[in-house]
Structures are given as C-alpha cells and as structure tokens.
Design a protein around this ligand. Structure first.
Ligand SMILES: C[S@@+](CC[C@H](N)C(=O)[O-])C[C@H]1O[C@@H](n2cnc3c(N)ncnc32)[C@H](O)[C@@H]1O
Length: 478
C-alpha cells in the first residue's frame, strides 16, 4: 500500500474526529479562500524545484520523521478557535516562504505544513490541497509525520484509557477464527486490583444519556434521568419548557453540553425541526436519533472546551464494536430529521452526516448502550423499548446511556460483576458479585439467565445481541 493511501485513510479518520471544531472552522474557511490562492501561486515554482531535488528528499528516513515530530509539542498549538485559525494561516504562509527558498528548507517547511494540518479542522481537504501545491518531497515528509502521529495516537489509546482510578484495563483476547479464517480478537475488561464480593469496582458517567422518549417532559430529568417525586422539584428549561431537570446543576450542564443547541426555542431556523425529531422519537419509541443529536451537539461543546484531552468522545465511540446496519426507510427519515434539527446550529453538519457515517454511529450506539433504571419504583409503568440493549432488567428501563469503559464488558453466563444504578440516575456502578483478583476478567450478564438452559441462553443472546457466547460455561457445555 502506498504511503498516500494509508495517510488518506488515517487523515479521513482525523477529519471525522474533529467534527465539532471542523464544522465551525470549515464554514469560516469557505469565506476565506485566500490561503488556497496563495498556495496555487507557488505551485509552478514548487514543481520545478521538486523535480531537481526529489531524489534527496524521498530518502528522508523514519528517524528524521520522528525527530521532526519530537520538535513539535502540544504547547505549540494555541487554545482558542480564532487563534488556531490565525495560527493555521501563519504556518501555511511560513511553509510556503520556506520551500521556495530551496530544498535545504524543505524539512522546516514540512514542519510548518504539519502544524497547520494539526489545527486545520478538515485535514483531508487540506492534504488534497497540499498534494497539488507543495513539492512532492515536502508532501511526503508531511504525510510521514501525520501517519506516524496517527499511528502513535492509535497505539497509545489503551495505555492511557481507561483512567487508572477506575481499577480496570482493556485487554485483548484471541477469540477463534471468523468465517474467512481470520483471527478474531475481542476486547474485555480486566481488574487491576482485587475486590471482595459486594465492592464497587468503579462508577462511570455516560458520554451521553437519554430518557425513554415517552418519559421526556414528565417527571424525569432530561440530563441525569433521575425521577422526581414531587412537581416542585422540577426545574424546567427556561426557554422551551419542553424538558425538565432535577436541579439547577443539571439544567446548567445540559445547557452547556447540548441543550443550548437542541432547545426548541433557541433554534435559528425555528423550533419545528427539533420538535419533529422529538415527535418521531416518541412515535417510533426510538431512542437513538435523539441520543445522536445530543452526542453531536456535545462534540461541539467538547471542542470548544479545548480541555487538552488527547481523545474526544468521537475517538471513544470510534473504537467500539458494532453489528452492521443497512439503510432502511427509518434511517433515511432519521438522517433527514437530524440534519434539520442540527443544521441551523452546527454549520457543516449536513455534510458530516452521510448515510454511511450515520449507519455506523447508529450501529455503535445500539450495540453498546446500556438500559438505565432511574425510576424510584419497581412497578413504574414503562413499556420496554423495542430496540434491545443491555440492562439490569429487574427494574423498568427509563432510558439509556453510552459509557466509555462499561462498553467493553463482556457477557458471561456465570458473571462475576453486575451493573447498578444506585444513585437512581445515569451514573453506573460496576459491583463485584464474587471475590475478584487482580488480572481477572470482569464479566456481566447481558441477559438474566437464572433458570435458562444452555439452548435458551444461546437463543436469547443471539436474538438480542447477535452473540454466540464463548463464556466458560458455554464452552464447557459444548
Ligand atoms: C459491548 S461489546 C463488548 C466489547 C467487545 N468484546 C470488544 O471487543 O470491544 C459486545 C460484543 O462483545 C462480544 N462478546 C461479548 N460477550 C461475549 C461472549 N460471552 N462470547 C462471545 N463474544 C462476546 C460480542 O462480539 C459482542 O457483540
């Protein structure tokens, strides 16, 4: 495979990972074509230079690439969106000035272009511009840096995630061969220290959670899903009054993270699109489109924070396994509703929500969300959602959440942990149901299998999750 092919793929990934920032910056960039024009001006000169110096620079070694990368530190990059835009333009023109001075400045020029790419919200597009405008050898170095950078970010992910204080790590386990004879590797959670039966291993707040659509606007918090027993405890959204919260803190958090974008009153194009999405979710009892709308809005918020976090919500989502979904009338409708609901608030979202990307995001959400039981009464009358997801099932499911770490828990027909919503909100706790040693794999029951036979368990697991169980008990029964 050519370097450019690899890089095109990895760059595509980067572009996706920066959606929040991307859509914002991209709309600004469209009204500022200056840098493209400037780059084109030098193209002829660059091509001539490139021909004569091609040989020397194509031999640029991996070691050099690593040295160039080491010379760039996170502190080099400004924090605010405006500063990043200015920084990008400055690096582009510095790069240009350097490469026209001659091949001895190519490495320095490549570092400038690389820095520009790092802050540019749609790197795939910028790469295409580079490909046409900068000398091929400078381009090769820039791509080498980017490729190495993406590779190390990829490799580092499971060394920094999950956070140490959660007492678990993600471990890869071989899991036989697939139908094509390829090795299957699955990921699961392993304890990093011992726990006694009944101990809480970790608690986790979801990336995003949503109420069962029929409970929206009733006595359940739109942010943490908590049930409110008395009307006076409810804090309505001051703008739309469509959703309610259990506290000022939840109202503020929701406002910052997603509700300011999704509040029917704040929408620039009028409230109809957000209302249509809400009604569709209610009528179809489908939790995913609303959850995805919140997720995308939250990505914009995450980007605006510039928290310095190395991995954003999209990086987490992107690593989760899923079962492929195909496009049907429901998905077509959902894409249309989502674009309308977010379009006026997030410029560029229209291009971002392609059919392919929507299907993958929906599949990942469906395959990894957990049903949340935030109701105070076990007899609460909530119909089970039509789409199945993992849940504790001994209480009515009032909503669902997408969790970064809990998503990696494997199923076992003899689990050693269980998930609990002890604060009756969207915070999940993983509790040991037997003594656990450091290094033990942690598993929960995706189904309640108390009295089920092996055949019944297999059928339920397959019907609900397309899962062919390879837990110790099932392997032994085989
Ligand atoms: C929510 S994910 C769990 C994390 C996943 N194992 C991974 O590699 O990222 C659920 C998927 O894990 C796999 N899985 C979980 N429990 C399993 C089991 N008991 N036997 C076989 N596969 C299992 C299945 O592929 C299932 O669709």
């Amino acid at each position: 495979m050519k370097t450019t092919t690899i890089v095109a793929a990895t760059v595509g990934m980067l572009a996706v990972a920066t959606v929040g920032y991307a859509v914002y910056f991209d709309s600004k960039r469209q009204s500022d074509p200056e840098f493209k024009r400037k780059l084109k001006k030098d193209r002829k000169r660059a091509e001539k230079l490139a021909k004569t110096e091609a040989k020397r620079l194509t031999e640029e070694s991996t070691q050099d690439i690593e040295e160039f990368l080491a010379s760039v530190t996170e502190e080099d990059f400004p924090a605010s969106m405006e500063e990043r835009e200015q920084f990008c333009m400055a690096q582009l023109s510095a790069g240009e000035e350097l490469f026209v001075k001659g091949p001895e400045n190519y490495s320095k020029a490549a570092i400038c272009f690389y820095k520009a790419l790092k802050v540019y919200p749609a790197p795939a597009e910028l790469v295409m511009v580079f490909q046409k405008t900068i000398p091929p050898d400078v381009f090769t170095v820039v791509m080498g840096m980017l490729s190495k950078d993406v590779q190390s970010k990829e490799e580092k992910y499971y060394t920094v995630f999950p956070p140490r204080e959660m007492n678990v790590k993600v471990e890869e386990k071989p899991d036989g061969l697939d139908v094509n004879g390829q090795k299957v590797v699955r990921r699961g959670l392993v304890a990093t220290k011992g726990f006694t039966k009944g101990e809480v291993i970790y608690t986790e707040t979801p990336v995003i959670s949503s109420l069962e659509p029929s409970l929206e606007g009733k006595n359940f918090c739109h942010y943490c899903l908590k049930e409110m027993i008395k009307k006076e405890y409810m804090v309505p959204c001051t703008s739309c009054s469509v959703v309610v919260f259990c506290s000022e803190e939840c109202r503020t958090s929701a406002g910052q993270e997603f509700h300011e974008i999704l509040c029917t009153k704040n929408l620039k194009g009028g409230s109809a699109p957000a209302q249509a999405l809400r009604e569709y979710s209610k009528d179809s009892r489908n939790i995913v489109p609303g959850m995805l709308a919140k997720f995308l809005a939250k990505m914009v918020y995450d980007e605006s924070l510039n928290s310095g976090a190395e991995y954003n919500s999209f990086d987490h989502l992107e690593r989760l396994v899923y079962v492929e979904k195909s496009l049907g009338p429901d998905e077509e409708k959902e894409i249309e509703l989502l674009k309308l609901a977010l379009g006026s608030s997030i410029p560029g979202i229209d291009q971002f929500i392609t059919e392919e990307r929507y299907l993958i995001m929906k599949a990942r959400i469906l395959h990894n969300i957990y049903g949340i039981s935030s109701g105070l009464s076990a007899s609460l009358n909530v119909k089970p959602l039509p789409e199945s997801h993992r849940s504790v099932r001994d209480r009515p499911i009032t909503g669902a959440g997408l969790y970064r770490v809990t998503s990696y828990l494997m199923h076992s027909c003899e689990p050693n942990t269980k998930i609990v919503y002890s604060s009756r909100d969207h915070i999940v706790s993983l509790v040991a149901t037997e003594n656990i040693r450091a290094g033990d794999e942690l598993q929960i029951g995706y189904i309640k299998n108390g009295k089920l036979s092996t055949e019944q368990r297999r059928l339920e697991l397959f019907t609900k999750y397309r899962l062919q169980c390879s837990c110790a008990l099932c392997e032994m029964t085989d």
